[in-house]
Ligand binder design. Structure first.
Ligand SMILES: Nc1nc2c(c(=O)[nH]1)N[C@H]1C(S)=C(S)[C@@H](COP(=O)(O)O)O[C@H]1N2
Ligand SMILES: [Mo]
Length: 537
């Protein structure tokens, strides 16, 4: 197939077209290919190391050995000069060395492909040698560096093949008509697609490696965490908190069944040793504490029910746990809140923000929590540290993976959900839910049972049930260890065959009856009675 002739100018020739399209494949471009190939190899090696031991990642392992090799005197000088930054500085030096050497390998590939490829392999072997010098002797140690070298060599070979085409090149300064020897020219498409593709895939590979490594360290850190005992441990809960109806929801929600709500696509992975919390903003003495500092503070246990504002009527975005943590108020007092502030803006490691009203905060006894039902916080519930504030919906109180608390104003710093139309002041509304009966039912005596809550209304004082629109009857209340947890209730019911509708309503400790007015979850929580239709056989 012949290309369509450009007829706009009689002077245009095929050589002219070649002249304008072809650029020489310069040493610089070869250098770029070398660097891109090496970076890709390092990314793959780092991912491989993430599955074995992140300490064997190619850059890490060379830097670690480099730190160990110099005589003590140099090391001492470096540490006193750079302090704890020594390791990071060595890592930067190693990265610079890899860039320079791989650019050189790329340039060598211009002369002879095998030379560039060989240099990449030698680089990998050097990394492997550094790995073998590590005190941890396992044959897995050199593997990431060897793979990195192999991948870099293969990538260089492929990239050069895609980037180079054998078109005659007219070097600058030579006018048309001179005799030009064919030389390597850039295949622009091949070069850009090749480099672009490798950079994209390499970036994704490296990001996955980093994520896996952090995950491993958060998991390891959680396993290694030993929680302190509270000064005054809570007694075990009496059986009387549980409604004695078979199949009833457990009073304490097991961690594995606890609802999870957050905006995180990947659950943040934060090791306790890497965690710190800063309290600043409108305070007289900003402060930062570490996990060890936190564990040294007064530890208390509290049974608290937390709930999501998005919980629909009858929904299950509510759960009760025995939390272990330290009271937040003493820390805020230490920082010294200035007049004029009206909210705490807490931020998680992944940048989610949460507004908590300062008004009435102290009475709620807010906690910085480290333990949940006798274990370190599960990672998805906020390990290493989260907030729990009784009586406020989670979106304005329960920041997981919390790393910063800024004392500020609503006007200055609106939070994540505030700018999306949700309320700033959202105490938990008194509510109730029917849990039983569930599933198929045959006529006879059975139990109706459920939960009711008023964490912001001094607990539950009464629960009433109505069947088929009949009179409200008082349900029996299970014990409630504190007004800050839900309360279970039950009632006997002689079920006759046919269809029935059950409704429930609760009264809080202040004597206020739950509202029957139906309202959606946005902006400050759903209202209305929970009802359940049952078919009795
Ligand atoms: N970092 C972070 N913390 C967060 C959220 C979030 O999106 N990110 N969501 C909040 C909301 S809306 C609720 S209801 C609770 C839920 O806590 P849980 O997942 O432990 O049940 O966490 C709160 N803490
Ligand atoms: Mo929520």
């Amino acid at each position: 197939m012949s290309e369509p002739e450009d007829t706009s100018s009689g002077a245009t020739t095929v050589s002219d077209r070649g002249r304008s399209a072809a650029r020489p494949m310069t040493s610089t471009l070869y250098g770029v290919l070398g660097v891109v190939s090496a970076a890709f190899g390092v990314a793959v090696g780092t991912l491989v190391a993430a599955f074995t031991d992140p300490a064997f990642a190619p850059i890490e392992v060379v830097a670690s050995t480099a730190v160990d090799i110099p005589p003590a005197i140099v090391k001492e000088w470096a540490t006193s000069t750079f302090g704890t930054a020594t390791k990071s500085i060595v890592i930067v030096v190693v990265i610079v060395a890899v860039v320079v050497l791989s650019a050189w390998a790329g340039v060598m590939a211009r002369r002879r492909m095998s030379l560039g490829v060989l240099m990449m392999l030698v680089g990998g072997a050097a990394g492997a040698a550094a790995a073998l010098l590590r005190p941890i002797d396992t044959l897995l140690a050199p593997i990431p560096a060897l793979i990195a070298g192999g991948v870099a060599a293969g990538t260089l070979w492929a990239l050069v093949r895609w980037s180079v085409t054998d078109v005659a090149v007219v070097p600058d300064g030579i006018t048309f008509g001179d005799v030009v020897a064919p030389a390597a020219a850039v295949d622009r498409r091949g070069f850009l697609l090749g480099v672009g593709g490798v950079v994209l895939v390499g970036g994704a590979v490296f990001a996955s490696a980093r994520w896996l490594t952090n995950q491993a360290s958060a998991v390891a850190s959680r396993v290694a965490t030993v929680l302190p005992r509270p000064a005054a441990p809570l007694p075990a809960l009496p059986a009387s908190v549980q409604a004695p109806v078979p199949g009833m929801t457990p009073f304490i929600t097991p961690n594995s069944d606890f609802y999870r709500i957050d905006t995180a696509i990947l659950v943040p992975q934060l090791a306790a040793e890497e965690w710190s919390l800063t309290i600043d903003g409108m305070v007289r003495r900003p402060l930062t504490i570490t996990y060890a500092d936190l564990l040294d503070m007064e530890m208390v246990e509290r049974d608290v029910t937390i709930m999501c504002v998005s919980n629909p009527i009858g929904g299950d975005l509510i759960g009760t746990a025995r939390w272990l943590g330290t009271p937040l108020m003493p820390l805020l007092e230490r920082a010294g809140i200035e007049v004029g502030a009206d909210q705490l803006l807490s931020t998680s490691i992944d940048g989610w923000t949460c507004s908590t009203p300062l008004d009435g905060l102290a009475e709620r006894e807010p906690l910085l929590v480290v333990g949940m039902n006798g274990e370190p916080l599960p990672i998805q519930h906020g390990f290493p540290v989260r907030m729990v504030i009784p009586g406020l919906y989670g979106f304005i109180s329960a920041t997981k993976w919390v790393t910063s608390i800024q004392v500020t104003t609503y006007a200055a710093d609106p939070a994540y959900w505030t700018v999306r139309g949700w309320a700033t002041d959202a105490p938990v509304l008194t509510g109730s839910r029917i849990d039983l009966p569930s599933g198929s039912l045959s006529a006879g005596l059975t139990g109706i049972a459920g939960i009711a809550w008023a964490m912001d209304g001094d607990g539950i004082s009464r629960v009433e049930v109505s069947v088929d629109g009949g009179a409200w009857q008082d349900a029996t209340l299970a014990d409630q260890p504190t007004p800050r947890t839900w309360r279970q209730w039950w009632i006997d019911w002689e079920a006759s065959s046919g269809s029935h509708v059950i409704a429930v309503r609760a009264t809080n400790g202040l004597g206020e009856v739950q509202t029957s007015e139906v309202q959606d979850v946005i902006p400050s929580g759903a209202t209305g009675y929970d009802t359940r239709s049952v078919d009795v056989a």
